[in-house]
Ligand binder design. Structure first.
Ligand code: SF4
Ligand code: SF4
Length: 96
């Protein structure tokens, strides 16, 4: 059921066309990462504090039919400031 749901999401949410050529195929996996941080979406409570804290537009939302969590949408934009890990009190974001 989960695989079916994520497959459906993949059709609905636009892919990240990474202009730097770095490939990141993990947008729809449960965890994502940049060079500096790792996200475990199982722990995400969709408070969106990390989106507000991030100065580089790295983090995006999945918000679809009650399925809500943050995700690493633009990993190549991450500058490693760790503002996101500082505001996430649910353990979904960790420095690498
Ligand atoms: S701050 Fe943590 S719990 Fe809140 S949306 Fe970001 S990853 Fe999810
Ligand atoms: S480390 Fe900084 S730039 Fe990278 S996702 Fe977190 S807040 Fe954004």
């Amino acid at each position: 059921m989960n695989n079916l749901f994520y497959g459906f999401l993949r059709l609905l949410v636009p892919r990240n066309n990474n202009k730097t050529g770095n490939s990141n195929k993990s947008h729809f996996h449960r965890s994502g990462r940049s060079q500096y941080i790792r996200m475990n979406t199982r722990n995400c409570k969709a408070c969106w504090r990390c989106l507000q804290a991030c100065p580089s537009d790295v983090i995006g939302k999945v918000d679809f039919l009650g399925h809500r969590h943050a995700l690493i949408r633009h990993p190549d934009h991450c500058i490693g400031c760790l503002k996101c890990t500082g505001v996430c009190t649910f353990g979904a974001l960790k420095a690498i």
